[in-house]
Ligand binder design. Structure first.
Ligand code: ADP
Ligand code: TRP
Length: 322
């Protein structure tokens, strides 16, 4: 049996890039027979950037609703909120005491922001240590993440090995599970789709706002009548990230034939988003309107995760000399 674990920060509503790059592949892995998955909402990590309690709470529900809308089976697996299992912060402290300063100073997540040190909080600096605790507390084997998380996973492996070396064999050494078939999805401006670039497609918006979201995709000024280059078109790139091969081939032909404007292409993308994610959008809205149901599901997950975490911490405490 393999134990799969991954987390998504509650720093916004999951966008099409998060869904195709992280959420769908993690759910596919959870369905493989013999696998057990733990998925959690990394609200403690989100606290390094989100300082508004209402927004944090809303984002947490939004991430939970997304996992459920995409079919995560909480009978077979565990879905929980990171902050509901505070054991993780205890393990994080023990790991902090084994973490060399230069290792953290070398993390991309810190280095990217280190030009303005006054803006870097200690939580952001020690972010990879909490992430390590998230993983090894549950003896997870495989961690499905995007390529941007590889360095954090290397640190998690190093710290788990260091603990095992110092105190004797205690933790499973986790392995990243990077899906090479999953491309980085580009955003409305052609850069990587990301909450921090404000260029996302939010499939959970209502039809009217989703239309506005799609209409805002940046295109060039090739006149309507002329054939168009699909390969560098942001609308086409987003469409081809989730359309069938047949739909993609048809759209290519329309671009090449001319008399097909970017407005037409955007309408095709909008229709496909609405058709392809019909069930997920309905389920998502259901959960967002019934957050007490989300609370119940998260409570069950928190209880299961707490049990596992407490068992492991007992062993850890005795190993370190408490
Ligand atoms: P964001 O860049 O929007 O803040 P996160 O860093 O919170 O996204 O990423 C959460 C997960 O979604 C990670 O596993 C990451 O690899 C994946 N992911 C984020 N953006 C994309 C994208 N544009 N294409 C594919 N996967 C993505
Ligand atoms: N750092 C991850 C991200 O930003 C989120 C995360 C926190 C995570 N803890 C984790 C991912 C543990 C995998 C395993 O996407």
């Amino acid at each position: 049996m393999a134990r799969i674990l991954t987390g998504i920060q509650s720093s916004g509503t999951p966008h099409l890039g998060n869904i195709l790059g992280a959420i769908k592949p993690a759910i596919a892995l959870s369905r493989v027979e013999g696998n057990e998955s733990l998925l959690f909402i990394a609200d403690m990590h989100a606290l390094t950037t989100v300082k508004n309690p209402e927004i944090l709470r809303k984002n947490t529900y939004s991430v939970a609703a997304t996992w459920l809308a995409f079919g995560f089976d909480t009978d077979k697996n565990v879905l929980y909120r990171q902050s509901d299992v505070p054991c993780v912060t205890e393990l994080s402290w023990y790991l902090n005491c084994l973490t060399p300063f230069p290792m953290l100073a070398n993390a991309h997540s810190f280095k990217d922001k280190s030009e303005k040190l006054a803006d870097v909080n200690a939580g952001l600096f020690t972010y990879p240590v909490l992430m390590t605790a998230d993983i090894i507390l549950y003896d997870a084997d495989y961690i499905p993440v995007g390529k941007d998380q590889i360095q954090h996973l290397e640190m998690a492996r190093d710290l788990a090995e260091k603990f095992n070396f110092t105190y004797g064999n205690t933790f499973v050494i986790p392995q990243p599970k990077i899906n090479d078939n999953v491309k980085t999805i580009s955003g409305t401006d052609g850069l990587k789709m990301s909450k921090s670039y404000n260029n996302t497609i939010d499939i959970f918006l209502n039809d009217k706002d989703l239309k506005k979201n799609v209409m805002n995709i940046v295109t060039d000024s090739t006149p309507l009548e002329e054939p168009k280059n699909w390969s560098n078109c942001n609308v086409f790139n987003i469409y081809s990230a989730f359309a069938s091969a047949e739909n993609i081939a048809q759209l290519k032909q329309k671009y090449e034939a001319g008399n097909f404007g970017y407005g037409h292409a955007k309408n095709e993308l909008l229709s496909l988003l609405i058709d392809s994610f019909k069930v997920e959008r309905e389920k998502y809205n259901y959960y967002i309107q019934n957050t007490s149901e989300l609370d119940k599901i998260l409570k069950i997950g928190a209880d299961k995760a707490t049990q596992m975490a407490q068992n492991k911490l007992k062993i850890v405490r005795s190993k370190i000399g408490f």
